[in-house]
Design a protein around this ligand. Structure first.
Ligand code: AMP
Ligand code: GLY
Length: 427
């Protein structure tokens, strides 16, 4: 079968890499893709804002399965649009409708959903222009730190966490008055701070049944020891030592199952990935956020840890027969280290030539790269992720870094301490 993957990151490269191993896979297309996907698939230069252009490409390339990598097209209703197309009745799609995508598209919607279905999450209050004044006063009774979140999609940059009451009050006022995040900032959530260990769980669901993929931990901050600005993610590790059997059972029972059942009860047909961003607070899982897609760079460690034919699992999800499937994990540890452009996540340059040596110690998953006139050049903040596989965290990391040593461009930056907290926990 022919497959189209929407997106251009390391996530999409890792999905294409895994799917290509299936005997059922004929041709893979990635739109728009990157310099890495070009070597294992065909990149299509589609405008992702133009759903008709995507529909036409699906027909032209006789695509049987569509996988939507990023959240934006989902929240904007790509799946609803394609489902309406009479000529695409046979198309299998991995990705929810706009309604389902609201779990990520609106943090307030996600919170209300969790409350309706008794899913553990931090207490919160929605703030708008109307109740801003009273909230500023009411915050005086909250214990710091203060967590502020723009309601809508803000590309991972819509969260402010501060210890200072005055700073929190100022930020909240600015968020609402200045609409710092545009439409996404018209509503802001003031949330209780959860203190604990972060871990991400992923499921693929057909709307009724689900399979849990390997868990992962990502490293969002730019600086060593989790300091500095938030990024899309600077590295990831799977498995995660503190997510033991007991914890996984709690996650399944208290979070995953009620989420899938909640979607069903509300009549939202959901076929796709759900990413549960969790905080383990004294061994109890709480939902920090839902995403309606796989994580990046988490996918770069999750895919290598899935045993067997992932494409068959995706097809089963689209055909609503996931109950008949069993997912198996590889026992080894996978780590990924993301190599980024100097200046990221703020201003950075593009267009530097990338020279890649012998990276066979690790799997290279490209993100911000592109081929131009026969040369591979940088084309984004996060440039390439190197995934190492090993018997231990230490071995996997040494392979990630050995792979990274073989990749060169002007201004290459990376975190040297991926997994530091897990090492401290004995992993
Ligand atoms: P989000 O965009 O909701 O994933 O938030 C980004 C990051 O902020 C999360 O990965 C957490 O590290 C942190 N965060 C968000 N909400 C909370 C919370 N209620 N308590 C503690 N940390 C949080
Ligand atoms: N790495 C976090 C995310 O994909 O949202």
């Amino acid at each position: 079968m022919n497959i189209l993957i929407i997106g251009s990151g390391g996530r999409e490269h890792a999905l294409a890499w895994k799917i290509k191993q299936s005997s059922k896979c004929e041709r893979i297309y990635v739109a728009p893709g990157n310099g890495g996907t070009e070597s294992i698939a065909t990149n299509l230069h589609l405008n992702l804002e133009d759903f008709q252009e995507i529909a036409d490409a699906i027909t032209e390339h006789t695509i049987s399965l569509l996988i939507v990598g990023p959240e934006e097209p989902l929240v904007r209703g790509l799946v609803d649009f394609l489902n309406e197309e009479k000529s695409l009745k046979q198309l299998k799609i991995i990705g929810p409708s706009a309604k389902g995508a609201q779990l990520e598209g609106s943090k307030e919607y996600a919170k209300e959903f969790m409350i309706r279905h008794k899913i553990p999450t931090a207490a919160y209050k929605t703030v708008t222009k109307e109740n801003l004044k009273e909230t500023l006063k009411y915050m005086e009774q909250w214990e710091p730190p203060y967590v502020l979140k723009a309601d809508g999609l803000a590309g991972g940059k819509g969260v402010i966490i501060t210890e200072e009451l005055e700073e929190a009050q100022r930020s909240l006022t600015q968020l609402i008055a200045n609409k710092k995040f545009g439409k996404a900032g018209e509503k802001v959530l003031l949330e209780k701070f959860l203190s604990g260990l972060e871990v991400s769980f992923f499921v693929i669901t057909d709307g009724k049944d689900y399979q849990i993929l390997p868990e992962a931990k990502d490293y969002k901050r730019i600086g060593e020891r989790d300091t500095g600005l938030n990024t899309g993610g600077m590295g990831a590790v799977s498995p995660v030592v503190f997510a033991d059997r007991d914890f996984k059972e709690k996650v399944n029972k208290q979070i995953i199952k009620p989420t899938i059942e909640g979607l069903q009860k509300e009549g939202i047909h959901y076929c796709g990935f759900i990413f549960f961003g969790l905080m383990a607070v004294n061994g109890q899982p709480y939902v920090v956020e839902y995403n309606v897609r796989m994580g990046d760079p988490e996918t770069e460690v999750v895919m290598p840890r899935i045993k067997g034919d992932f494409l068959k699992l995706l097809v089963a999800a689209a055909d609503r027969s996931l109950a008949e499937r069993e997912i198996e994990y590889e026992k080894f540890t996978a780590t990924t280290v993301v190599y980024v452009s100097q200046g990221y996540p703020e201003h950075y340059e593009k267009g530097h030539e990338i020279i890649i040596g012998d990276t066979k110690a690790a799997l290279p998953f490209h993100a911000g790269t592109k081929m131009e006139e026969g040369k591979l050049i940088t084309n984004g903040g996060r440039v390439i992720a190197l995934t190492g596989l090993g018997e231990s965290l230490k071995e996997a990391l040494s392979k990630s870094y050995a792979g990274g040593d073989e990749v060169h461009w002007e201004g290459k930056k990376f975190r040297q301490d991926i997994g530091f907290d897990l090492k401290a926990l004995g992993q």
